[in-house]
Ligand binder design. Sequence first.
Ligand code: LLP
Length: 421
Amino acid sequence: MDHFLYRDGVLHAEDVPLPEIAAAVGTPFYLYSTATLTRHFRLFDEGLAGLDHLVCYAMKANSNQAVLKVLAEAGAGMDVVSGGEYLRAKAAGVPGEKIVFSGVGKTREEMALAIQGGIRQFNLESEPEMLLLSEVATSLGATVPVTIRVNPDVDAKTHAKIATGKSENKFGIPISRAREVYAQAAALPGLEVIGIDCHIGSQLTDLTPFAEAFDLVVSLTEALRADGHDIRRLDLGGGLGIPYERSNEAPPLPIEFCNLIKEKVGHLDVEVEIEPGRLIAGNAGLLVSKVIFVKEGEDRQFLILDAAMNDLIRPAMYDSYHEVIPVIEPAPGAEPATYDIVGPVCESGDTFAKRRAMAKVGAGDLVAFRSAGAYGAVMSSEYNSRPMVPEVLVHEHQFAVIRPRPTFDEMINRDIIPEWM
Ligand code: LLP
């Protein structure tokens, strides 16, 4: 459920009509609902009630500080994957003890930054990384809590570009070598081995791969405890999928995911962390755009929007589906149309949908891409010198720009012409 509904024939975000925001901000823009963000976080937080747990929002999905603040105030921790994300989380007021540092390629500088600013744990992904963290921590006179990310070689059955739990993927250490690597980590100064981390992929629409991975993590917990490690925290990753095409997709609900966790690890007396990103932010956001032209092709109609692949790259990158709906509700029985929905960028990859049946719209009309709150704005660029798409947050009857659209001057003046020219 989200908070984007038609009221009196006009799409609203919570209590604000979209045309009012479009008039104030211009198009295209991203729009997020505070109530939906909070609701999605609570589904996990309440779903895990009874277990000692922390929901660490994977902020790569949407890292605007206002979004982080909404979630942090609801009680979320953060999963970060770069020094930049770490500093953003801190800037949004998240304390270090609620920040988990993931990622396969943390640098010395990023490690030092997080140790000095405070960190809940590092999720380590390789032996060289273990050695480097040990060196950095000792040089700072610190001992840091760590988990080791294991790669369970489980097929997440998702898009190849976002599957992470197969042995051919770059992530984690092979689970078959875990006991050896844990022994090595335990012997290193500056590291305190406290748990296990596992994340097998994103946009999973079936619980079976999670169940397989969790079973392997449970067996590993028992084996490592028998080896003398004090395994007291399990980070079970994120990855639960969302319905992009509502009429024909029904991925498992957060409560089912949480119940699976309880069933699998409830008896272990561990603290549980999860790292959902997409499920929290995805359906809490829209990308709002305006129709520039409807163009007649030889055998099709092109709906040319003022949003493009630089603003929302997911369809071009993963062939992903985003529902596109008109902001003015079509009258019952209104004439439908079929469009190729495209942006103005100069490549054919700038196509959001092909042969898409939707309500008929015309030049100047507003449309909204659903499910755009995760991996939308964060993956945007200024390709074709199109200024970065702005972001807006709604809270009940109020809205605020939480990242402005740069002016053309601001965009252009970042370039520096060398003195010799
Ligand atoms: N934890 C780790 C270690 C991750 O790598 C990811 C996502 C998450 C948590 C959050 O997964 P989620 O709950 O959001 O599925 N740009 C792609 C998605 C990339 C996901 C990368 N890792 C997309 O637009 O579909």
